[in-house]
Design a protein around this ligand. Structure first.
Ligand SMILES: [Fe+2]
Ligand SMILES: [Fe+2]
Length: 319
């Protein structure tokens, strides 16, 4: 197949896959998604950060890799694989890619290496080098620095900071389940993209909020937040201006709420529904935003999106 890469800065290309028609991710209702992977060209080595999910996606990845190397005028050869997280949507294609470039070095967190070796694909024949915060991978004139990020959102998760260009490759963190034609958050309406990021956070990252607060503090104290010029996650849009999504993550992790109450109910003969409607009337009469979800019909992934920034929730169920 033919598929183009997208140059995001000097020597860095998006080479991910577009999964236009997927509609569910762990029960999370989604309008498609992307599996973002990035090629970083150093003077001596080329690194691929993360991988893709399923066969059709691997074809896209391979085609975009060919395209990126053609644009750089270099012979196709990947020297370094960095696997920031091993959940299947980012790792199914890895073994095939490693088989294609068997001399490449493979890097993952200690948990990532354990998961790859034992849990998913029987990687016992692949040598994986484990890395942690502060470790550098030198590509020749380009440096990738590891930032361990356990529980953001899995025990194996880690980020990669491309020092010279200030790009944070953040894997699932800061992502969105969206499948759009253009690659940057700033190509679309800000509220639309931030709401997709909120939904992703509420469904997949929220349990790591204490770790997120510590990580944001650690990155701020180390001066890394000030160095980040772009955040490139593994799903959805790339943040050219990282300040808005970093502020949003900080707000969500510290419980900043809207002036909003969410009512969640189930009903058998509409009695609980009547109560829910009446409670909504009371909320609205105080000038407060009311949201209502009927659990027989609404998606849980939408419900948690509103719970995240509600000042209160009201639950109702029949006996
Ligand atoms: Fe994940
Ligand atoms: Fe993911």
């Amino acid at each position: 197949m033919k598929a183009e890469s997208v140059k995001i800065t000097d020597g860095v290309y998006w080479v991910g896959a577009l999964h236009w028609n997927t509609r569910s991710f762990h029960g999370f209702a989604i309008p498609g998604t992307t599996y973002n992977c990035y090629l970083v060209f150093g003077e001596e080595k080329v690194a691929l950060i993360d991988n893709v999910f399923s066969d059709g996606m691997i074809d896209q990845l391979n085609a975009r890799i060919e395209d990126a190397f053609a644009k750089e005028g270099r012979e196709v050869n990947i020297d370094v694989f960095i696997q920031c997280h091993t959940e299947l949507d980012h790792s199914i294609g890895l073994k095939e890619t490693i088989d294609r470039f068997p001399k490449a070095e493979v890097y993952a967190s200690p948990k990532g290496a354990e998961f790859l070796e034992k849990q998913y694909h029987n990687y016992s024949d692949v040598e994986i080098t484990t890395v942690k915060t502060g470790d550098n991978i030198d590509l020749g004139g380009k440096t990738l620095t590891i930032v361990s990020a356990p529980m953001l959102h899995w025990p194996d998760s880690m980020f990669v900071m491309f020092v010279e260009e200030g790009i944070l490759f953040s894997n699932d963190a800061f992502g969105q389940h969206l499948c759009l034609s253009k690659r940057y958050a700033e190509d679309y309406d800000e509220g639309f993209i931030l709401n997709a990021a909120k939904k992703f956070y509420a469904n997949l990252v929220v349990l790591g909020a204490p770790m997120l607060r510590m990580k944001l503090q650690e990155l701020t104290d180390a001066g890394i937040v000030d160095q980040i010029k772009m955040i490139a996650p593994c799903h959805g849009q790339i943040w050219k201006d990282p300040s808005k999504i970093v502020k949003a993550y900080s707000d969500w992790a510290t419980g900043v709420c809207e002036d909003k109450i969410t009512i969640i109910y189930d009903t058998m003969h509409h009695s609980t529904e009547k109560l829910a409607y009446q409670i909504a009337e009371g909320i609205m009469s105080e000038g407060v935003e009311a949201k209502i979800y009927f659990m027989q019909e609404d998606f849980e992934s939408e419900v948690v999106n509103d719970i995240l920034d509600s000042k209160a929730i009201a639950l109702g169920a029949p006996q």
